[in-house]
Every structure is written in C-alpha cells, then in structure tokens.
Design a protein around this ligand. Structure first.
Ligand SMILES: C[S@@+](CC[C@H](N)C(=O)[O-])C[C@H]1O[C@@H](n2cnc3c(N)ncnc32)[C@H](O)[C@@H]1O
Length: 289
C-alpha cells in the first residue's frame, strides 16, 4: 500500500499494541491502511476510520482483508462509531496523526506550497471552511494569533500584515500566492526549511480543527479499551505530542492505567533515511488497567 503512504514506525506499533489473533482493534487514522492491514495479518479484526474519502476509496479498492471494516468519520466521534460497529471494548487503538503522503502529493488538495493549487486543506471535503476562507476572512490579529498558536511562527505579525495588505487588491487564492507572500516576510537565508512550512501547518490545523479532535479522542479511546488494552499515538509536531503526553499523565494520575513509553519511541536511523517523513514522528503508548 506504499504508493498511498509509507507507514511510520510499523513494527513498533505492532509490538506496542501487542496484537493478538482474534482480538479487536481500532485504527482511527486509516490512511492507506498500512498499519491496519499489518494488524489484520497478525489475526486482528480492525475497524478503520478516516475522514477523507480518498483514503476510503483507496482502501476499498486495494485492501481485500475481510478482517478490516472501513468507516468514514472523524475520530473525535470514536465512541459513537465504535458502538455502532460493535467494536467496544477493543484490545488496542492506533492514532497516526496528521496527513498522509497522498494528501500532500495530491496537489489539488492545497496542503503543499510546493504545488500550485487552490488553498483548500480540508481532509474532509464536506467541511464548510477552507484555508482560503481563513486567509481572506480573518482579521490581522486573528491571523497573528493563528500563526503563533498553531505554529509558533516567530514572524506571525509580519506575515499577517503582509496577507492583509496583499488581499486588499484581490483575494489570495492559491498555495503559490500565499507561499510567496510568506517567503517575502522572512529575512533572506534565515531558514532551513521553506518559510511557508509553519504557516501552512497552522492553517491545516485550524481548517481541520486538529488539536481539538485529539483532545476529544484520547479519553474516549481509553474508555473503549478492555483491561490491558493499549492506546498507541504517533504525533508529528510538538503541539500534538504535548497534548498526548499531558493526557497520558492525567490518565495515569487518575488511576486509569500506566504509561508504557516514559520516553516516546522514535524511528531508527534506517527508517529516517528510508522515509524522510518519519523524521519528526514520536510514538507514545498507554495501557489501561
Ligand atoms: C498519517 S495518515 C495515516 C496513515 C496510515 N496509518 C497508513 O499506514 O497508511 C493520517 C490519516 O488520518 C486521517 N485523519 C486525520 N485526522 C483525522 C480525524 N480527526 N478523523 C479521522 N481521520 C483523520 C487523514 O485523513 C489521513 O488519511
């Protein structure tokens, strides 16, 4: 399934979830089903959830394992979906956060400043608000706050001002237009990655309400686990990882179970070489009492 997305920390997830034949698992971020099918191959039954129709279409066409059930939905509603599909309780839950390589590579989705496309960034294309709406509709102060809060962007204010000035003549429609506006706000040579990386991250988080979805899914996931069931979460940036770390600490204090990974598991050097996207990934695991 690697043409859709190369699964990150695959063996570490299988080991971490302690997958056993005949048991039930939920993958809340199905994507190209790399993790989900690997769980099925070990004999697990998997409920795979994704909010993106592209993922569901791809998996329905390419995955032929009767142990995999596929449902469209947001993992923020995991309890309701699991109940409807009779996946409650389950032995393990995986959340592999963020976007898939397919979503980035599919230029027209507007996630990448490397490909010219309308500013969209919705994972679920039935959502009402796109990145274009935010870029053209938010006030200067709101844009500054967005870039600061969701990306810790040090030139947030300057970028917000440049956006407001640029859109006075005409709306900002495309990824390239926004990329150029942001790049002009950075001092020359003062960046290792593309200057628009953080602004695009912030817009994506806002459009998909990503951090609230993570905050909402974690306690529901713990409730869905059977005794000794495990929750595995892979995050890709510090805002996500902080939420997961703090939630696990709270669950432990409340006596719900124990943190298995005192330090998060990171990809090996070999995996980082093979798959650049794995570089920022961190896997944390919690085991229910
Ligand atoms: C990193 S990819 C998962 C890749 C997958 N583990 C694999 O091996 O192919 C993340 C997927 O989760 C989906 N996703 C992200 N946030 C979601 C949410 N709140 N609810 C449902 N799906 C979500 C995205 O649409 C994307 O397809």
């Amino acid at each position: 399934m690697s043409e859709y997305h190369i699964s990150v920390l695959l063996q570490e997830v299988l080991d971490g979830l302690q997958v056993k034949p005949g048991k039930k698992y939920i993958d809340g971020t199905l994507g190209g089903a790399g993790h989900a099918l690997a769980i099925c191959q070990k004999g697990g039954y998997v409920l795979g959830i994704d909010q993106d129709d592209d993922a569901l279409t791809y998996v329905k066409e390419h995955a032929h394992d009767t142990k995999l059930t596929v449902v469209k939905g947001n993992f923020a509603n995991i309890a309701e979906i699991a109940k409807a599909e009779e996946f409650n309780p389950v032995s393990g839950i995986l959340l592999d956060l963020g976007i898939s390589s397919h979503q980035v590579d599919e230029g027209e989705r507007g996630f990448s400043f490397l490909q010219d496309a309308p500013l969209d960034m919705r994972m679920d294309r039935s959502l009402a608000v796109t990145a274009k709406d935010l870029v053209n509709g938010l006030h200067k102060g709101e844009l500054t706050e967005l870039f600061t809060k969701y990306a810790e962007e040090r030139f947030a204010k300057r970028i917000a001002e440049a956006i407001v000035e640029a859109r006075q003549s005409k709306p900002i429609e495309t990824t390239s237009e926004l990329g150029r506006i942001v790049a002009r706000c950075y001092p020359r040579g003062d960046h290792k990655v593309h200057p628009a990386t953080k602004v695009f991250q912030a817009l994506r988080i806002a459009v998909n309400d990503e951090l609230h979805a993570i905050e909402s899914v974690l306690p529901q996931a713990v409730s869905l686990l059977s005794s000794h069931g495990r929750l595995a979460v892979i995050s890709f940036h510090s805002l996500e990882d902080r939420i997961v770390k703090q939630a696990f600490e709270t669950f432990e204090k409340e006596g719900l179970g124990k943190i298995v990974t005192r330090k998060p598991i990171e990809p090996s050097g070999e995996e980082q070489e093979r798959n650049r996207r794995s570089r920022s990934s961190k896997l944390r695991i919690f085991e229910k009492l």
